[in-house]
Design a binder for this molecule. Sequence first.
Ligand code: CUA
Length: 487
Amino acid sequence: MPWSELDRVLIVSPHPLFREGIVRLLGDQVEVVGAVADWEEARDAIRKHHPQAIIVDHENVELKEDDLTPLLWPEIESIRVIYVTLAGNEMIIHDRQRVVEATEADLLQALKEAHRKREGKEETHVAPRAKPASQAPGIPEGGSIMRRLAVPLLLTVVLSTPVAIWLGRSDFTLALAGQQGQPVDWLLRLEFSIAGVIFVLCMVFLLYSVFAFRRAPGDMEDGPPIEGSIPLEIAWTIVPAIIVFSMATYTIGVLRDITKPSNPEPELVVNVTGFQWAWRFEYPDLGITSSELVLPVNQPVLFRLYATDVIHSFWVPEFRIKMDAIPGMENELRVTPTKVGEFKVRCAELCGTGHAYMLAPVKVVEQSAFQEWVKSRAEAAAPPAEAEAGAAAERGKALAQQYGCLSCHSIDGSALVGPTWKGLFGSTRTFQDGSTAVADEAYLRTSILDPGAQVVEGFPDIMPKTFKDQLTEDQIQDIIEFIKTLR
Ligand code: CUA
C-alpha cells in the first residue's frame, strides 16, 4: 500500500526544528495534517483533522504522557501516539515501555502499525518489532493463516486419536455387576473420549502459541488487541452447543433404557428405606425384612426407595445406579444383577454425622441360595416353640436387624461405629463426662430412647434419636432381651 494514502499524522513539538525535521523525514510518504507546539493546539488540530497518529517530541517536558489521560481527552484512545527523541544523529522511538534506537524506516513502520490498528487488521497481523522487524514471529497475513493452522491441527489429530482410543477403552470404575451398567459405561467412555479430544485440542493450541508466538528478546510491547471476530464467535458458540445437546440426547436415551421395566420377566420387588443412618430392605412378596440386601443373580429387581427423616441416596457403584430416597416420595430404580458377589449399598447424600457409616451389605447369590435364604428368614420369623424369654430375644434379634441396629453395634465383640452388644448387659459403662453406670435394663432403655443422654466414652454421639417414635414398648423390651443373651 502506498504511504501516501496511509496516514494522517500530527506532529507536536515546541521546537520548529523538530517539527520541520520530522516533516522532511517523512516527506510525502504520509499526510502531515499539522505541526503544532503544545497540547492545546494539538487538541484543536485533532478535532479538526482527525489524525491517525501523533508524533510527539519526547525530550520536551511539557509533552509528557501524563497529559494524555483518556478520561480528560477521549479521542486520544483511538490515536496512536509515538514519542520520538532526536539526539545528535540518532532517533529514538518511545512506544509505551519500549525505548529503542530507530531509523526513519522504523518511524514509518510505527506509523504503518498505527494505520493497521485503525483499519482493524490486527487479527491477521502482529505488530512488527522496530528491530529486527523481519524476524518478528506473528500471525501471517490473509491466506497463509490456514498454513499456520495446519501444524496445530495436524498435531491435534495425531495426538488426540490415541488419547481418545485409550480413554474409550479404559476401565475407570469398579467391576460391573449389573445389566443396567453396560450403557452407563458406554456413555462414560464416550464422554471421556470427547473430553480427551477437547483437552488435546486446547493444550496443543496453548503450547503451540506459547512457543510459536513467544516474545522476542527485548520486546516489551503488548500484543495487539483482538476483538470482534463474528465467525469465530459463532463457531465457538455453535460447536459446544452441538456437543452438549448431542450428549444430552444420548444420555436421556440411556436413562430411559436403564429405568424401563425388563419384560417379560417378573420383577422382584424390594422396598428400600433409608434412615439416619442405616438401610432397611423389605421384600413385600416374601414377607421378609432385612438389614442386608440379598438378591438372586440375573433376576430383574425393582427397588422402591423411601426415606423416613432426611434425603438419602441409594447407591451401589458396581450396579452403576444411584437414586435419592426422599421423605414423602417413592422413587423407583431397576437393577438386574449379573454377577455373584458381595457389594455395598452406600449412602450418596450427605445426611448427617453418621452419613459415612450408612453402608449395608449387598449379596448377589445363585437362585438356589436365594431360595434357601428366603426359607431361613421365613423360619426365623415364625414364632419359636421355646420359652417366652427365648421368643422375645429372637424377636429382638429380628428387630435389631430390621432397624439397622447391627450396622453400628456388633454382636461378636468386633469394633463398629457404636459399642458392641457382646457382654454389654451388666457391664460398667464409662461416659464422656467421666461418670459411670452399670448397664442394666433401665440403662439400655434410655440408650435406645434418648441416645444422647449417656454417650459412652470414645464413641461419637451419632445414634439416631428417632427410635422412640419407631419402636413400641414391647419391641424395646424384645431388643433388651436379645442384648441380655449376648453375654
Ligand atoms: Cu444417608 Cu448419607
